[in-house]
Design a protein around this ligand. Structure first.
Ligand code: AMP
Ligand code: MG
Ligand code: MG
Length: 308
């Protein structure tokens, strides 16, 4: 601890600056006009030049500063020398001024696993739904998501000239979540947010079973957690495989840090150790309040179809 700060807080402070840099890359690729779209497993499972460059930037920047970390990124990329221009060396000083929760003060670099989604909401990014997009850096210790950073590169992009573009939300369990104003949906209202690009019968059956007052179909796991913490939706329901550990790790931390809960559709916690299967095969169920209510309404047929 030569710097006087714990490994965890130094990592979060660096991840903040690294996620911001990734956000600038995401904006630059659009501005340059060539998205370089590649289909991965299906026409709704896409990768763009922004996904590739942002992942190279995030993973290389983290690995240079923290060589003993385990870093798991979404994109399968050839290992090649990364352009110096993509490296971010900064750290967000405001984070270093906060105390590290005592239970994490002795964590060693080699004990941490970092889950990286360089661009969450790629389908929406290619369709111009830019505020659906986030950059996600989640940090896990002993299989549990404990810290996370979400950059939203196009936050405010429709607010007109003068509005600051982009923002970064971060959090650590036991310390809190920062970079947004917590708001709740009025009590008794059930507004469900779910996928707009990866729906199927199980997903719609489960959403209907929640008895929703309204359904908000938006892209991105990060974006849907933002809907929950800013009072736009009361639960995020995705009763299908498809969402991966890098989609849920950072968002889960932000939600848990403000008293919410993210589980699979059975109500079981997700695991984030380095050997874990990447796919969240039993779906995602997240809420700011009343998680038991939403879990109790998941139909048995949906549960039986989604084996962890
Ligand atoms: P969505 O709510 O559709 O934006 O999905 C949240 C995250 O899970 C995004 O990163 C999606 O790419 C991923 N995802 C969900 N379903 C699928 C699927 N069927 N195929 C590939 N990725 C998926
Ligand atoms: Mg994603
Ligand atoms: Mg992605």
């Amino acid at each position: 601890m030569a710097s006087g700060h714990t490994v965890l807080m130094r990592l979060v402070a660096s991840a903040y600056s690294i996620a911001q840099k990734a956000g600038t890359i995401v904006r630059r690729v659009i501005a340059e006009g060539d998205l370089g779209i590649v289909e991965k497993t299906s026409p709704t499972d896409l990768q763009t030049k922004a996904d590739r460059l942002a992942q190279m930037s995030i993973c290389s920047s983290l690995a240079r500063k923290f060589p003993k970390l385990t870093i798991i990124g979404e994109e399968d990329l050839p290992s090649e020398e990364v352009d110096q221009e993509l490296i971010e060396d900064g750290q967000w000083e405001e984070i270093l001024r906060k105390p590290c929760p005592s239970q994490y003060s002795t964590i060693k670099e080699e004990d941490l696993v970092v889950w990286v989604d360089p661009l969450d909401g790629t389908k929406e990014y290619t369709e111009g739904l830019l505020d659906n997009v986030t950059v996600l850096i989640g940090i896990a210790y002993e299989g549990k998501a404990i810290a996370g950073v979400i950059n939203q590169p196009y936050y405010n992009y429709q607010a007109g000239p003068g509005a600051a573009l982009g923002r970064t939300i971060w959090g650590v369990l036991g310390l809190g979540a920062f970079g947004f104003q917590l708001k709740e949906v009025p009590a008794g209202k059930h507004i469900i947010t779910t996928t707009r690009s990866h729906s199927n019968k199980l997903v719609t059956d489960c959403v209907t079973a929640m008895n929703p007052d309204d359904v908000l179909r938006v892209g991105g796991a990060g974006n849907k957690i933002i809907q929950l913490i800013e009072g736009k939706a009361s639960a995020y329901v995705f009763a299908s495989p498809g969402c991966k550990k890098w989609d849920t790790c950072a968002p889960e931390v932000i939600l848990h840090a403000v008293g919410g809960k993210l589980t699979d559709v059975h109500g079981n916690a997700l695991q984030y150790d380095k050997e874990v299967k990447h796919m969240n095969s039993a779906g995602v169920l997240a809420s700011l309040r009343n998680h038991d209510y939403y879990a109790s309404r998941v139909p048995e047929s949906v549960k039986n179809a989604l084996v962890p």
